[in-house]
Design a protein around this ligand. Structure first.
Ligand code: IPE
Ligand code: IPE
Ligand code: MG
Length: 269
């Protein structure tokens, strides 16, 4: 696989975890990384196994990725676990995913508490089964004082429904039309208080957004990999971060302006 890490095309997949860690610039770690975890079903089907086995294996990836993200000092890790559209899947798969969600929170809550992780969710979680809602509330309550990485799980989430709900809440709060600004609107979204994602990763070779963080992704860097989510490991996260670090984030300016600005920020003007 070819990764476009800045100036030159580099194949990083053959490098060891340690070599990749050395390539990473620890002063350029993104504040917010969001992941569209895709490919569990295909991973299982390729092995002649039921799709749910892929989801189980995908939960192990969640653990590994969360651990490395926290270690590297990523401030917010958002994981797209279940979309508004995923309710259209067969009932048996949906209920398996809901049970797995409860199991995952149950088994990980202790380590989240130990590691200072703050758990939160975005999405229409009121649509989830009662047991899932209870565990979400418990995990949020018991980690709310934590100041380490925010682990933000998108559940029953869709960017469009989030925007519609935000508009409704904004109107209900009595905001007048001349008061509406981008920061004000942002404060009504599920992600209120979180920075926009700097990097969005999607696994499994699909190159689409699938209703994820539509408003917040305005200036996110996108990293697509063919790796299926159950096969995604710590090395793959490092490769995505190295790819990100090679990008020039221009925010509408010219490349020259960006270089001048970063020179100023480094105090070498
Ligand atoms: C991602 O894997 C997990 C969820 C969307 C819940 P998929 O289940 O979409 O896997 P594929 O795309 O069918 O391989
Ligand atoms: C997107 O994956 C949603 C999650 C990862 C939870 P899907 O597999 O549902 O996306 P589409 O429908 O193929 O775009
Ligand atoms: Mg999919």
């Amino acid at each position: 696989m070819t990764i476009y890490a800045g100036k030159k095309d580099m194949d990083l997949t053959g490098l060891s975890l340690e070599a990749l860690r050395r390539m990473l610039n620890l002063s350029l770690i993104p504040k917010h990384v969001a992941v569209i975890m895709d490919g569990n079903g295909r991973w299982a089907t390729q092995r002649g196994l039921p799709r749910i086995v892929g989801h189980k294996k995908g939960a192990d990836t969640v653990r590994k990725v969360t651990e490395l993200a926290r270690e590297l000092g990523i401030g917010v890790l958002t994981l797209y676990a279940f979309s508004d559209e995923n309710w259209r899947r067969p009932e048996s798969e949906v209920s398996f995913l809901m049970e797995m969600l409860v199991q995952h929170i149950r088994s990980e809550l202790g380590s989240m508490k130990k590691n200072g992780i703050k758990f939160r969710t975005i999405g229409r979680t009121e649509r989830l089964p009662a047991s899932a809602q209870e565990w979400i509330k418990k995990a949020e309550d018991e980690t709310k004082g934590n100041t380490g990485m925010v682990l933000n799980i998108a559940l029953s989430y869709g960017g469009r429904s989030e925007i519609i709900e935000a508009i409704k809440r904004m109107l209900e709060s009595g905001v007048r039309h001349e008061e509406v600004t981008e920061p004000l609107f942002t404060s009504f979204l599920d992600t209120a208080g979180l920075p926009d994602p700097d990097l969005i990763i999607r696994t499994s070779g699909e190159q689409r957004i699938s209703n994820f963080l539509l408003w917040q992704s305005a200036y996110a860097e996108l990293h697509f990999t063919d790796t299926l989510w159950p096969d995604f490991g710590k090395k793959d996260l490092l490769i995505a971060l190295i790819d990100y670090q090679g990008r020039e984030r221009r925010f509408g300016m010219t490349g020259e302006q960006v270089i001048k600005q970063s020179g100023k920020a480094n105090g070498d003007e």
